[in-house]
Design a protein around this ligand. Structure first.
Ligand code: GLA
Length: 734
């Protein structure tokens, strides 16, 4: 383990966070203004030569209390900007006092350096297993006039090019203050020539996380969600890169927000081509009343630096999220191969139908059966029963316990679908507690899929759901839970909050959900939890803290899945991405693909099936049994090996990625070709991550290759015939 240190150079007033992988430099300038000096590749000694230069610029006024004309907050790169003192760039925070004033001017107050990492109470977070793993700098700023303090919390991890950041506001004034905006991190980069492009993950339902890369131009660019969740539309991750950065070379700074609600990533390129980057809870519809002596802790951001391209950045996220965000016994266990009845039956099933699917699954070697939506209340379609988490006896004549027992007798595990944050008007819960539905009284709320949100910020509402869920867990043997959320937030109003506190509703909702998740995952540690929100609408690092895997997308089309899984891997580990083989033609796109193609794509994630096994012919069943066996062999490699992207589906017709075991003795190559043409060119691919010295054998063909040559001269794609072709090549060291 290399030395991890936070050093304060007294004379230069410079903090240097360094772990042999990255360095981060912060300077206390004249009059206590805190500037950002550097984030990037690690170095040892700092001579103070990189102090920010000064220049008198027109219309960039001066630091309050200092008449030096060349000293301006308008251009100075800072760690946490103030509002109203001539820094015209986007502010890190807006804090309004009782007087109505939102002016503030934060200056250095003091600092402390601690071993390990302080806990962020009630929030998902990156954790440490021992204090040796990290060091934390808490840098405290104070408003020049008021007793308002801001703690900037930086944790640097040993042996990872990673720093986490969050902010805590403390109100020591006698009055309450209103936080209208508060960034978890701010970083001002002086050299926008290096970071001149940004990668983000916008999308839509059944089209999540579509890699987007664009030039950073002058002005403000925001990537955000206003939907109460991280959303399908914009994932809570961006990367700053150079136009030359590719998968294997060039600088990249990843910013991954550990939060599952409204977020915003703001980038401003200023008048002299510097960048300001802010990440935090979206200030849209947000405010937080902070009473005297109270504090507000923001969620944190995981910053990863790579000097060798995007794969290295992703690899660091994969390890960190697997090892120090995901928790519980399943985080490094092999995940079961499941069959889910959703696309097989939708709401139309009975105990008998389920048993038939389970019988088939058992014969094919599938390891878990998941009963999806429709088993509770009187739910026969999507317009009723959310909130009624008791079995639908008329539909399941054997009862839930009967089904679970049957599944277990057949040697499979049993999983169950829930959507705990929701209420249907047509439900017992609504009959009894219409006020649990989130809405402003007297104003009719917007329905979506005929359902509404519960106000999860209210304890009694959470308890009403929790009690029902616990009853099921305590009476039925459940091995897995799929936790869904099938709409975005609207009508954000909480009847238990005062007028001036209404801006807290969305964040309090999420804090309530986090508390419920914490209780249930703690008390039922054997259960494997999978997050879901109409597919991947809440695929984020916050949820990963409670659930080690998530349904990647409701889009199970193998071709579209290549794009989704490829770009999801930028920020999230393969062990978190579930992927299922579904029927052909595909239900979302109508496209037909072979069982092999569907299998290869799904086997590149946490594998399962989502089709009616009874409808398959003998040959298909045989192929599925073989797929199950192959996945069992490659499972540790796929779920816990290093993942490397080789050819992007966003750049052309050919896709390639691979998995390499930690000891490099085993690798799996995935090759995909989307569309065919009559005069096909011969495509080639160079492998990566292998050991140069090793000789590898193709497990199937027994062909031998040197690691060195595979990485240097590469290999040809198979001579594919037809559209949507894929191939998996499993290599083992001999
Ligand atoms: C969401 C999920 C699906 C399925 C349905 C059930 O859309 O993503 O997998 O569970 O809900 O209503």
């Amino acid at each position: 383990m290399s030395k991890t240190n936070v050093i304060f150079h007294q004379e230069e007033k410079v903090f240097h966070l360094n772990n042999g992988k990255v360095s981060y430099l912060i300077q206390i300038e004249e009059d206590g203004v805190v500037s950002h000096l550097y984030f990037g590749k690690s170095f040892e000694s700092y001579s103070n030569h990189k102090k920010y230069p000064r220049r008198d610029r027109g219309f960039s006024g001066n630091v309050p209390g200092n008449s030096e004309r060349a000293y301006s907050k308008d251009t100075l790169p800072q760690e946490f900007s103030s509002h109203g003192s001539m820094d015209y760039r986007i502010p890190s925070s807006i804090i309004r006092r009782e007087s109505g004033s939102n002016l503030h001017d934060f200056r250095y107050f003091d600092y402390r350096i601690e071993d390990g990492k302080p806990e962020l109470k009630g929030l998902p977070q990156v954790y440490t297993e021992s204090d040796e793993e990290a060091k934390t700098l808490v840098l405290t700023l104070k408003d020049r006039d008021q007793e308002i303090y801001v703690d900037l919390i930086y944790t640097i991890y040993s042996d990872r090019p990673t720093i986490t950041r969050s902010t805590k506001v403390r109100n020591l004034t006698a009055n309450s203050i209103s936080i209208e905006k508060i960034a978890s991190m701010q970083m001002d980069l002086t050299n926008s020539g290096i970071y001149d492009e940004v990668i983000s993950l916008p999308g839509a339902h059944v089209q999540e996380r579509q890699l987007q890369r664009e030039k950073i131009n002058a002005g403000i660019k925001t990537f955000e969600s206003r939907r109460g969740t991280t959303s399908h539309q914009m994932n809570s991750f961006i990367a700053l890169v150079n136009h030359d950065t590719n998968e294997f070379s060039g600088p990249a700074i990843g910013l991954n927000f550990v939060y599952s609600g409204n977020h915003s990533f703001e980038i401003e390129k200023d008048q002299i081509d510097q960048l300001r980057v802010l990440v935090g809870i979206n200030d849209y519809n947000f405010s937080w009343q902070l009473n005297s002596k109270e504090s507000f802790q923001t969620p944190e951001v995981i910053m990863v630096y790579s000097d060798s391209g995007l794969n290295q950045m992703s690899d660091n996220y994969h390890h960190l999220l697997r090892e120090r965000v995901a928790r519980g016994i399943h985080k490094d266990r092999q995940r079961p191969i499941l069959v889910n009845n959703w696309e097989a039956t939708y709401f139309d099933f009975t105990s008998e139908k389920i048993k038939k699917i389970v019988d088939e699954a058992a014969k094919l070697g599938i390891e878990m059966f998941v009963l999806d939506d429709g088993w509770f209340g009187h739910r026969d379609n999507d317009d009723s029963s959310l909130g009624d988490w008791f079995e639908y006896k008329e539909k399941l004549s054997d009862g839930l316990k009967g089904v679970s027992d049957y599944v277990h007798q057949k040697g499979l595990k049993f999983g169950l679908w829930f959507e705990p944050e929701m209420i249907s008007i047509d439900s017992k819960l609504y009959e009894q507690h219409p006020d649990y539905l989130m809405q402003e009284p007297g104003r009719s709320p917007s329905a979506s899929r005929d359902q509404h949100l519960l106000d999860m910020g209210r304890k009694e509402v959470r308890e009403a759901v929790e009690t029902q869920i616990r009853k099921i867990f305590d009476t039925v043997n459940i091995d897995y839970v799929k936790w869904d959320m099938n709409r975005s937030m609207s009508d954000a109003y909480s009847i238990i909050l005062n007028a001036q506190n209404q801006g807290e509703t969305a964040h309090r909702y999420l804090l309530g959900v986090y508390e419920l998740l914490e209780n249930l995952t703690r008390d039922y540690p054997e259960i494997l939890w999978e997050g879901c929100s109409g597919g991947g609408g809440r695929f984020d690092t916050g949820f990963l803290y409670y659930m080690p895997q998530s349904w990647t997308s409701d889009n199970t089309d193998a071709v579209e899945r290549m794009n989704i899984q490829y770009s999801t891997s930028l920020a999230y580990p393969i062990s978190s991405m579930t992927a299922h083989v579904s029927a052909s033609p595909n239900h979302q796109t109508g496209r037909s693909t072979s069982l092999k193609t569907r299998g290869d794509v799904a086997m590149s994630g946490v594998f399962g099936y989502e089709l009616d096994l009874e409808q398959l012919n003998a040959a298909e069943k045989e192929e599925i049994a073989e797929q199950v066996q192959s996945y069992q062999e490659i499972r540790p490699l796929v779920q816990y090996g290093d993942f490397i992207r080789l050819k992007s589906p966003y750049k052309g017709n050919n896709v390639a990625w691979m998995f390499v075991s930690q000891d490099q003795k085993e690798a799996l190559l995935f090759l995909g070709r989307i569309l065919t043409n009559a005069q096909a060119v011969f495509n080639e691919v160079k492998l990566a991550g292998l050991n140069k010295e090793f000789v590898y054998e193709d497990v199937e063909t027994k062909e031998k290759y040197y690691g060195d040559e595979l990485m240097t001269i590469g290999m040809y794609y198979p001579d594919f015939y037809g559209d949507y072709q894929t191939q998996m090549i499993h290599l083992r060291k001999i």
